[in-house]
Design a protein around this ligand. Structure first.
Ligand code: NAD
Length: 495
């Protein structure tokens, strides 16, 4: 058993609130640590440390801020395995997945290394006699990040890389389910030369989040998590005059047209539905099979499932780890019998195993003949459950996707470029894959869904992240020709 603390003003700070939460090892089901949950005063201390560090960090030369990011890049690269092990230890995902998470997070640090270029504003010379107009991009001040359990290193990197490079100070409230990777990143930031107080971690739950949302010195809030919480975070943060971006849940559909390469589509569906035990906001949870492709596709997916090895994340042969908690695993299981009761066909039941004796495991589950009124279709399950909905035409499949309240990611599988092009035009979804099942944008684009998958007008990271973490100031200046100057400038000039 170990205790997990805050990191405030560069120091490891134990909570004195008297409130704690258990941190499980999902592979054994046992509690391995406790995390102290912040009181209002502890959040205030973190915000005060960030506020005190802000004038100095803001005034730090751009080249020096970029240098910290370059050093951080090297440190994360050198510590990939340690960070991945921490992720696996508390989240449960297999090590190869955790390494993938680190790699995708690191991209954002690399993007932020280009901050001197990214912060360039515009300049208009001579808009009128002696008058120039130019734009500055200045940091907001203290900004907060509230992150989910499923990417305990990557999602913080989505946020803090750009925020810090732009000159802001940061207070991170990670998920209480897997709080250690955030502290490891704080340590690497310190080693990279970031001054104390510029990056702080407060462990906590709703109490900490509520305080961040109302704290007068917090200028902006970035949130990633489930839709109901995202909606309230956005509403409350903006009601308190803060800038906010709140990314919510998902129900990602993969539309498979009759001309698709069935093996390619089946491989994609399996990796996108069951990778990380389905606990990804970009996981495919619904396959929409158009016309005669349905039977061969369901057969091809089902034939691949027995080969998926379920086991502890530390087992190098395991491809799918446990779910994050026993409570969550039981919630996921609850959808299976309900779906069969509502008329779906259970093609694969992940409860049947083989599964490790301990831990929060569930094998891959495949439901066929799912319809849009079933709970397994309407709800975000966030587990290894793939539903197949059979439709008669492209138009019917598209309608399903566009009528769904979520709009995070979607994918089309087809050999027809015209059909793919039409789909990217037609679908009301923020991130689209064409023969790519999980179209998470590279770090020099921005990440964000539409509809109930994102509240706010700025997507996360990339160019929109730079916009989010800076405010624009436009200067109009008049410097008439210095005809009366005491400095000899060679006037009057010949023009
Ligand atoms: P969650 O909404 O339960 O928690 C997210 C964060 O909010 C955590 O830090 C948690 O401590 C805090 N929180 C929880 N309840 C709260 C409350 N009542 N008031 C204030 N704060 C609260 O989400 P989760 O279970 O950690 O993560 C899974 C969810 O995140 C899924 O819905 C998934 O789709 C979503 N997600 C979305 C994206 C995206 O980019 N859109 C990315 C990753 C995860």
């Amino acid at each position: 058993m170990y205790e997990i603390h805050h990191r405030i003003g560069g120091r490891s700070t134990p909570s004195t609130s008297g409130r704690t939460a258990p941190v499980y090892d999902p592979a054994t089901g046992r509690v391995q640590a406790t995390v102290g949950l912040a009181s209002v005063q502890e959040v205030d201390a973190a915000v005060a440390a960030a506020q005190a560090a802000f004038p100095g960090w803001r005034a730090t030369a751009l080249s020096r801020r970029a240098e910290v990011m370059f050093r951080l890049r090297e440190l994360i690269d050198a510590n990939r395995k340690e960070l991945a092990q921490l992720i696996t230890n508390e989240h449960g995902k297999v090590l190869s997945d955790a390494l993938g998470e680190v790699a995708r997070g690191l991209e954002n640090v690399e993007f932020a290394c280009g901050v001197p270029h990214l912060l360039k504003g515009g300049y208009s010379e001579g808009v009128s006699a002696g008058i120039d107009v130019y734009q500055l991009r200045q940091p907001l001040g203290v900004v907060a990040g509230i992150t989910p359990f499923n990417f305990p290193a990557m999602v913080p990197m989505w946020m803090f890389s750009n925020a810090l490079a732009c000159g802001n100070c940061f207070v991170l409230k990670p998920s209480e389910k897997d709080p250690s990777p955030a502290l490891f990143l704080a340590d690497l930031l310190h080693q990279a030369g970031l001054p104390d107080g510029v990056f702080n971690v407060v462990q906590g739950d709703k109490v900490a989040v509520d305080r961040l949302l109302e704290h007068p010195d917090v200028a902006a809030v970035s949130f990633v998590g489930s839709t109901p919480i995202a909606r309230t975070i956005y509403e409350r943060a903006t009601a308190n005059g803060k800038r906010a971006q709140a990314l919510g849940g998902a129900k990602n559909h993969m539309l498979v047209l009759p001309d698709a390469d069935v093996d390619m589509a089946a491989d994609a569906a399996v990796s996108a539905a069951y990778g990380s035990a389905g606990e990804r906001c970009m996981a495919i949870s619904v396959v929409v099979a158009v016309g005669e492709v349905a039977d061969p596709l369901v057969d091809a997916i089902s034939a691949r499932l027995p080969a998926i090895r379920v086991g502890p994340g530390t087992d190098p042969d395991a491809e799918m780890g446990p779910l994050v908690t026993g409570e969550h695993r039981d919630r996921v299981i609850g959808y299976l019998d309900a779906a069969v009761g509502a008329g779906a066909t259970m093609v694969a039941d992940g409860r049947a195993g083989p599964l490790p004796a301990e831990g929060f495991f569930l094998g891959p589950c495949l439901l066929d003949r799912v319809t849009a009124d079933m709970a397994c279709y309407t709800d975000e399950i966030f587990g290894p459950v793939l539903s197949v909905v059979r439709v008669g035409s492209y138009a019917e499949g598209l309608r399903l996707i566009n009528e769904n309240p979520f709009g995070n990611g979607t994918a089309i599988f087809t050999r027809d470029g015209g059909a793919a092009r039409r789909f990217q035009y037609d679908c009301n979804v923020g991130m689209v894959g064409i023969n790519v099942p999980i179209p998470v944008p590279v770090s020099y684009y921005s990440f964000g869904g539409w509809k109930a998958s994102l509240f706010g007008d700025r997507h996360m990271y990339g160019p929109e992240g730079i916009d989010f973490y800076t405010r624009s100031k436009v200067v109009t200046s008049r410097w008439p020709d210095p005809t009366t100057s005491t400095v000899d400038l060679g006037f009057p000039q010949v023009r």
